[in-house]
Design a protein around this ligand. Sequence first.
Ligand code: S3P
Length: 175
Amino acid sequence: MRGKLIFLIGFMGAGKTRTGKRLAKALDFPFLDSDLEIMKNTQKSIEELFAEEGEAHFRSLEKEWLLGLGPNPTIVSVGGGLPCFHNNMEEMNKRGITIYLKLSVEALAERLQQSKTVRPLIEPYKQDELVLKSFIRAKLEERDVFYNQSHLIVNGLSLSQNRLNELIDEIRERL
Ligand code: S3P
């Protein structure tokens, strides 16, 4: 019997990595981040992968990486687009528990403007708040149909310790 993986999904800037690390620490599970793992495997940055090989190739690397995940219980933070390509959402729902960290367009825009991470899809819009917000709104509309298939939906903006503890209880019940 394969163990359950716990996937954190959501839009760029939703705080998946930060929340994932907190959950991993509290549950004493290892933590993995799809972008970091793909960068390690390819020895390239996400920016280089998009520029040199294109988005479609990046999506196939994500798919391949997802299918190769081992059986041990692990907290897995996945890139914002991963659930929306191939059958990745279905695969994650089969392999474990999916948690959607849901933030408003306003909160995402603020966090993305402050973030130093280079995200190829965001770069062209990052400087202008209104343009960025309308990009996020349109992309979220496209992606919510996938994100909303998650087992749990959490309003993600800086989870209080109480809310994190509740989430841990919900995860334990499903493990
Ligand atoms: C992407 C999200 C990024 C990264 C890439 C594409 C997306 O990860 O995988 O830049 O399509 O939403 P984060 O969600 O961790 O920023």
